[in-house]
Design a protein around this ligand. Structure first.
Ligand SMILES: [Zn+2]
Ligand SMILES: [Zn+2]
Ligand SMILES: [Zn+2]
Length: 470
């Protein structure tokens, strides 16, 4: 198997480009801009290992290197293809004098935008590397079903970042999602073993009485004329359907009879019933569980958010939410909702407290990122300090997304909440004015809702998000 290291990243022509070894490729951050691998059957393991050693390299020029796979006749397996940026057959390649790759070009352009790429050149955080891979390729990560891992699915493009075939990629993506660097979209709902989380489950129908698995499934027949209902087998005589009660022949379904349902008969204790007890057995750990105990989880596809795009360029620390996170502790949406429920119950019970929910929407944080670049971090630290001065430790803050925040202000009247928010607004607007050119206006919209027993949190949150579209 050959690797071709290439120096112009926009196109590749075989065999004009220079043959390289994996060691050369990993040692050189300056000349080699992309690599083309020639796939041969029986080399899957080796190829995967090489992609791993490239993606696991700390230098962004190496681990973000565009990779193409060329193959002769037989197509490489889909999971392998998806670890590469381009996959192309040798014949296809022969038909064109140059194989221009828009994607290769895009990746090299993106790399040029990364500040201090060669002076500061070691990325150790795997989630951050994943973020950069997604940003440099504008890539959406979709799961792929597979029997190769017990969870039953993988994200092939990020798999080479990890040394082992486990669920680390899911954890990393979950982390990025919690930090709001990637958005997610429902892909599939899946069932997992409650003991070991394996996706490989055998769903078994069992007897409601003795628990046996050996059940016979039969249709029920309802004879309209005499009203008799019985198992199909009791109607069958010499290839005809004869009613065992009135001996009349049944000819037409819908006219003479219908099939109202299905029954199960236990072959061990002969009990007959309509709804068998469903249980599962795990193929991986062999443990058995009731169907109600099976873990049901949603599997997602992931896409970069605006905040993630900037985090990929400037680093994870230079971001508003992560700054707020360190300075203030942001609660998750779920935690926030629980706090509101408790607060509602408390207010209903003691009838002497007033609390408010405030929502804050920053109109164009994205453009601030683009405008300020690395200075964004400093500005966000200052905004974070404003947040800290306005809100108290008993207030609960959560981010709905990268630009909408909700705050539970306990023991605060609507009037005082509005005063506090106005203070916040003025202070932040002053900060923006000091940092940005006047032509870039920064809108901050705020709203305050008093909490009582009839407050609808979901409606508040919805309204907070709606401000964006107005
Ligand atoms: Zn039974
Ligand atoms: Zn009958
Ligand atoms: Zn299991």
């Amino acid at each position: 198997m050959n690797i071709y290291g290439i120096t112009t990243e926009a196109s590749f022509v075989l065999p004009d480009i220079r043959t390289s070894s994996i060691e050369q490729l990993l040692a050189d951050t300056q000349t080699t801009k992309a690599a083309v691998f020639h796939f041969q059957q029986g080399e899957k393991g080796k190829l995967h290992h090489w992609v791993q050693s490239i993606r696991q390299h700390p230098h962004p020029r190496i681990y973000l290197m565009p990779l193409a796979l060329v193959f002769d006749e037989e197509k490489p397996p889909a999971s392998l293809q998806k670890q590469f940026d381009e996959c192309i057959s040798v014949t296809q390649l022969g038909h064109t004098s140059t194989t221009k790759s828009a994607l290769f070009e895009r990746i090299s352009q993106w790399l040029e935008r990364v500040p201090n790429l060669d002076t500061h050149s070691s990325d150790s955080s795997i989630p951050f590397k994943i973020l950069r891979l997604m940003a440099s390729r504008n890539k959406r990560l979709e799961p792929m079903l597979t029997p190769a891992n017990t969870r039953g699915f993988v994200y092939p493009a990020v798999e080479p970042f990890f040394a082992r075939n486990d669920d680390s990629s899911i954890n990393s993506l979950d982390f990025l999602h919690k930090q709001q660097f990637v958005g997610r979209e429902f892909f599939k709902r899946a069932h997992f073993c409650p003991t070991c989380e394996s996706a490989f489950l055998n769903f078994i129908e069992t007897c409601t009485d003795c628990g046996a698995e050996n059940l016979k499934k039969e249709e029920l027949i309802h004879h309209f004329k005499c009203g008799h209902v019985d198992n199909l087998s009791h109607f069958e005589r010499n290839n005809l359907l004869i009613c065992p009660k009135c001996d009349e022949r049944l000819k037409h379904i819908g006219v003479d009879y219908d099939k109202p349902s299905i029954v199960y008969q236990c072959q061990q204790c002969t009990l007959q019933f309509q709804d068998p007890l469903l249980k599962v057995q795990c193929y991986t750990c062999e443990s058995e569980a009731s169907i109600d105990d099976v873990t049901v989880e949603d599997i997602y596809a992931y896409e970069l958010s605006a905040i993630g795009l900037n985090a990929a360029l400037y680093g994870l620390d230079a971001l508003f939410t992560s700054i707020l996170q360190t300075d203030l502790q942001l609660y998750s949406n779920r935690e926030f909702k629980s706090f509101i429920h408790i607060e509602k119950a408390r207010i209903a019970r003691y009838k002497k407290s007033t609390s408010c929910v405030a929502t804050i929407y920053f109109e164009n944080l994205d453009s601030i990122f683009q405008r300020l670049g690395k200075r964004t971090e400093q500005l966000f630290k200052e905004i974070s300090a404003v947040f800290k001065s306005v809100f108290r430790e008993s207030d609960v803050i959560s981010a709905l997304n990268e630009s909408v925040f909700v705050i539970l202000m306990t023991e605060t009247s609507e009037e005082n909440a509005n005063l506090a928010l106005n203070r916040l607004k003025t202070a932040i607007q002053d900060l923006f004015a000091a940092n940005l050119a006047e032509e870039l206006s920064v809108g901050i919209s705020t709203r305050v809702y008093g909490i009582d027993s009839s407050s609808d949190l979901n409606l508040m949150l919805e309204n907070a998000l709606k401000v964006k579209e107005e």
